[in-house]
Design a protein around this ligand. Sequence first.
Ligand code: PAF
Length: 295
Amino acid sequence: MEIINRRQRMSSVARKLRREQDQTIGLVPTMGALHEGHLSLVREARRMCDVVVVSVFVNPAQFGPGEDFERYPRDLTQDTTKLSDYNVEYIFAPSVEEIYPKGFSTYVTVEGLSNQLEGVARPGHFRGVATVLTILFNTVRPDFAFFGQKDAQQTMVVKRLVRDLALDTEIVVLPTVREESGLALSSRNAYLDGRERRAASVLYRALMYAREAHDDGERSARRLAEVVRTQVEVEPRAQLEYVSIADAETMERLDKLPDDRPTLIAIAVRIGRTRLIDNIVIQPARQKTRATVEA
Ligand code: PAF
């Protein structure tokens, strides 16, 4: 495994793999602090591609003022150890200056999709995500790039980015990995103390109550949102920031859940000082008898 810090070196290694060795490249973009969720992406990349590149870069452009950029967990040594179990060929771990050199002034914005949910709560977040992913995709030119469903809106933004800018990369989205309590794995879980961690299971529980209500026939988005809100309120350490019930493909808010299209129920909750997000996809009632994809 080679750790590459320079953009130019990463480009030339990737070019060689593609042109001279005809290898397919899988990119797993991360901000490090790797957990089982990331590793599930690495496993799939390993299965699908000849060469796996994992990028580790805490991207300042996607953090707003007062957010956790400074304290975001960073431990490249531990990340490297974890990745060595998967025979990852390259870790791309550039510095901030390497990605955003002096005078950097070009940003990528995916309009519309970026201005909802997380985009409202975190203005500029998806502009930072779309910009860094464009740079990573242009550097590595991966055949496939791997993302987790936990960041549902991010997966939609990246799919739109790739489609609109005609980038030659296929986006692969894999299910959220959860602890036994239901808590979705996230690098930010490291901020939680023991009691907060237990409290954080309320996110998934609230989503499951909504799924159950839907299964029992509830189709009103307002009432399903109320189910989520009521469950989150049961947990004194939790503060609901938003619950959104939207079309899973367009992110358009819904009044009534359709029986022919998947619906995304997404929430953001603060547990103490930590902001967590989670979501589920409710498959349309008419297709439920076919294989159901769990978010
Ligand atoms: O999901 C993340 O960890 C980040 O948003 C990503 C995709 C690596 C871009 O910085």
